[in-house]
Ligand binder design. Sequence first.
Ligand code: LRH
Ligand code: MN
Length: 426
Amino acid sequence: MKIDKQHIEDTNQKSLDSHRASFGYIANRLTQKGIEVDDVVQKLADFQVAIPSWALGAGGTRFGRFGFQGEPRTLKEKIDDVGAIHALTQTAGAISLHIPWDLPEDYKAIKQLAASHSIVFDAVNSNTFQDPKNAAVSYRYGSLSHTDEAVRQHAVEHNKKVIEIGNELGSKSLTVWLADGASFPGQTNFQTALNQTQKSLREIYITLPGDWRLFIEYKPYEPNFYSTVIQDWGTSFMLANECGEKAFTLVDLGHHLPNTNIEQIVSTLMLKGKLGGFHFNDSKYGDDDLTVGSIKPYALFLIFNALVYGMENNPQNPYPAWMIDASHNIKDPLEDIIQSLEAIQEAYAKALLVDQKLLNDAQQDHDVAMCQEILQEAYRTDVRPLLEKSRLQHGGALHPIKAYRSLQVRKRLIDERGMDSVASGL
Ligand code: LRH
Ligand code: MN
């Protein structure tokens, strides 16, 4: 299903006047403050987020899964759904595949389809946390860290295969997240597990094509509930340094213990040139994979403030990879992702409004109250007209959720795919 640009334009008609009024107002205010509004709008347009192929259907928890009608059953239908999101938001120009959940059959057809939606392939994700069908080995007790050489080798070979698949599609990075760990004290030897993991990652790293990057994703717990081998940013950072200059740390916002200062982690990684990218989501307790900005929007703003500072002052850190990693239990997956994209763009736009010079002066003067005033002046600015402008300039919808509903996208997907189609993935 393809959303026609003309249909989007038609849905924008009734909101154009109010958009022009609110954009005129904010553009005028920002220009008076010496802010280059066109520059901010262009940066928003250039900010493309990769959509996880595994989050286009209903996720579910161990307590059950409530399916959504019209879910994508194939990689082709998943790319079509990302195409629909991108048509409306103009900020979802990439898809991140998970192997083997999204093993391409016809590479040529898949690449042509993605190109027809102006979508590229971002990081590919390996999966050594589930046992492949009729596999000779099991990952029950780990993969790259496993005590058994045969299991480690099997996992290394899988990652090499995923790189080949990604390379065929034009992807330029591999994300490795390991469930490896223990659920009980004494179950594993921490040092042996870490050494094995380091050795295995190195074996994968040396097979990376020249212009590829390796993203090492950390997580404190789940599915293991006592220890995880790659449990925190420090462990990922250490492993990335040991691998080499093409290895980086991937920050999944949900992979932090409560009240962790994530913006400080982001700052530190950028200073050290080791921030590879993000899995954006939000959470109240654990790895809840909720809609971005739905629980802690100010924390997201502070993370983007650190990112904007880093992108201006840390040339040693390459341009990070922006990806969403979410799981949907009660919302329409496509609406959920559209809301996440809006929250990401909003946090980025607000961070671009922070007067970094003024902030630096206030920090030097230890004018603590003024530091907060400068940050919150930006945070309290309604930047939505800037997001609308960026979308409008590229043929997107002024109000993507309203357009998604008035164009009856979900109904059309159900008509096409039926009520009981189920997506592969989480
Ligand atoms: C682990 C994770 C990882 C993916 C998986 C789908 O919690 O965040 O990024 O492989 O979710
Ligand atoms: Mn993740």
